[in-house]
Design a protein around this ligand. Structure first.
Ligand SMILES: [Zn+2]
Length: 149
């Protein structure tokens, strides 16, 4: 079985395709560990405020997996703690497990500011593992923002 570290490493790899966008990557894994979809943040590229890596990866994975939109049994790996939009989307997609890298104290919705995915009022709550390869994920962002100044 593929480890959480390897999943985040795959997301880091996807993030390197972000170009002018903030390098955030996401990969959706099928229950057997195979890659269903991968994406990078493409907000600037697509001129779309919702084009976060997680949203693009969830859409592509749902198009490929199962018989509809549900991603039961799947794992979403992402380099950065998801925002409220993405946390909401992954709950709606019925992702079973979320693995993420760096914490995002300014917008994080998986414990930092809110905990959208484990809210007890929701009937679907994915398993969460945060802080996986956190330093490597944070370094990638740090390098990007340093070159922006
Ligand atoms: Zn997001």
């Amino acid at each position: 079985m593929i480890s959480s570290e390897d999943m985040v490493r795959a997301a880091l790899n996807a993030a390197t395709n972000a170009g002018a966008d903030v390098p955030i990557g996401a990969v959706v894994f099928a229950p057997d560990g195979t890659v269903l979809a991968e994406a990078c943040n493409a907000r600037e590229t697509l001129g779309d405020p919702t084009a976060h890596a997680e949203i693009l990866a969830l859409r592509a994975a749902a198009a490929k997996y199962g018989d509809g939109w549900r991603l039961d049994g799947c794992t979403l790996a992402v380099t950065l703690e998801p925002c409220t939009m993405c946390a909401g989307a992954l709950v709606l997609a019925r992702v079973s497990r979320l693995v993420f890298g760096a914490w995002e104290p300014k917008t994080g919705a998986v414990a930092s500011l809110w905990d959208v995915v484990r809210d007890r009022r929701l009937n679907h709550r994915p398993e969460v593992e945060g802080g996986v390869l956190a330093q490597e994920c944070a370094d990638l962002l740090e390098r990007f923002f340093r070159t922006q100044r």
